[in-house]
Design a protein around this ligand. Sequence first.
Ligand code: GAL
Length: 711
Amino acid sequence: MKKYLFCILFISLACSAVAQTSLTWNSIAPGIWSAKVGEPDKLNFYTVAGVSPKLDALTAMPSVNFPIPQNEITSEVIDHKTYLHFPLDEAERIFGLGLNFKTVEQRGRIMRLHMDHYGGIDNGRNHAPVPFYLSSDGYGVLINAARYIDIWVGTAVRKDSKHPPRVRDRNTDKDWSANPYSDNVEMVVPADGVEIIVFGGPTMLDAVRRYNLFNGGGCLPPKWGLGFWHRTPTLYGEQEVLREVQQYAEHKFPLTVIGLEPGWQTRSYPCTYEWDKGRFPNPERLLDSLQTKGIYANLWMNPYISPDGELYKKILPYTASHTVWTGIIPDYSMPQAQELIAGHFSKYLLDKGVSGFKMDENDGFDEWLWPDLATFPSGNTAEQMRQTYAMMMQKMTAELYHKQNTRTYGLVRGSNAGASSFPYVIYNDYYSHPDFITALINSSFIGVLWTPEVRGSATAEEWLRRMQTVCFSPLAMINAWADGTKPWSYPEVEKQVQDIANLRMQLIPYLYTNYADYAFFGTPPIKAMNLVPGFNSAVSTVPGTVNSTDNPYAKAVRQEIKDQFMVGEDLLVAPLFAGQKTRTVVLPQGRWYDFYSGRYVGEGEIISVTPGLDIIPVYARDGAIIPMMPPVLKISKEKLPVEIRYYGQKENSFNLYDDDGLTFDYEKGKYIRIKLNVLKDKRGKLKGTVLIPKGANPWSYSNFTWKFMTP
Ligand code: GAL
């Protein structure tokens, strides 16, 4: 009996100890607040990323109030786990929460955010399991914990819910649902505490901008990074690489970066990071020869170190308890490990002219990665290392290049919160064209970049459709590591493939400016439609598209849009897939024009288009000013003329960004913005002007001509 009473007492004490508590919020930057629950881990996204918020740009944003009812965000720590509860409005839509491939909206989903190679299901396991969600109410929430986080996004219904679902009887009510309405987001973080960071808006785009600025701003790639990339087949040697480059020139096809896959090293899986002298007898000669041709070299690698390399013995004390493919796993959270790798990379790779890396296999799969019981000499857990390892590699290599005052742009298979400023683009082995576009859209919510890289294709049509998409992405690349495809591998569409790659090169002044806006203002260069201000709640007023009971446009903008996206502020891209002849495009409010012809296509409505195989539909916003350069085959120091295309009738301006395209001198103010203005004269006629700041001499551009596209 005594024992029984004691149990009751203990249970009631335990219950009161875990009562939900509301939190104390501190403003940590303009429009950004943090609250701490319990004892957060020492290692978190920001201790790993080591970035400083861009306070100047944050200060220039509109001031906002805390966006969520504070007393409705509660938490408790139970059994070394932190439980978190956030409120949701009825109409609220939730985006983000990792690099999902099939879904854009996350309300109604249950996930475990876990670093992994994407396995075909949006269950939280992916290449960037970023615990950041964005609300259509115009705010964002980040859980700053490098842990596997369980999350119920508007699925769990609490007994004490403020807005409970209606009780329905399944016997009699046809509207009964197995998933009744839920008014919260709930999470379990397996840690004794956690930091929560809330980002204000007022729009969703503003919340993303604040998040990216808090991460130090987005990356600004070197200009050549925005050109065209080709990765050669595994085990290619010097002569084959040079022949590939030569063939690009012969086919008059742009090429700015050549990527070497496994085979440049003496060993791979695990790696030595030492040139294989059989295939590459004289790496300096190859790199010099590429440099003279204006081509940048990028090297594939993975983190696991082979016993046959010179790094092995030195780094052994700073490696984990386990191996991957018999290679040792450096503890990248230890300065000693980083120094050894950085020293090796500098001496053998960077100093010889290697422009960057493709850092593979730092995401998953469970079957071959270190297990969760692996230990690391730093004392960080295997789970924490799994969630942040790829980010540590990004930071270390980005810093190496920064020290040399040379920009890099590379590829990585994993990333996480806080990494926006690192110059890396995520890729993977999954290969669904539609899902690649959904991932492109999702990348814009979570501060990462993604490339829908092109590999082989079943048909010429698929090849061209994929090439069209990749040329409107952060990294335009053919990855021929396995099948040796070339842009001209499908002769029926060689010309069209060349045209789209040329268009990519022509758009560089526009793209580069959009990247500068990512770096300086946090605005993602590629964006989901949902990030267009006003888009999510728009209602069409176009006569003929509405009737008294139905507004199909309003319905369309409330549905997931997974197959069209914005490039910069002014271009809407709507790709087609193999087999598709016709598609619909949801145009945001305002007038829109066909990019190629300048003709008016519609405003705030759904249009249907049948563009033909040669065309990827692209639309320009009213007033769009798109600076373009000639379709050069490489990026050099030569100053180029700019053709400024203008669409529609609206007065507008565009701040064309220019700098040396190569170094970090822009961080010290060595850049200019050239103002491109379109104004109406007294008679209402549109006139374009170009305003170069006084005394400035542009690095990249020689003269400007206007082309008014709209007939
Ligand atoms: C994969 C990677 C591919 C290619 C290949 C080389 O892991 O995703 O893009 O690099 O390794 O073995």
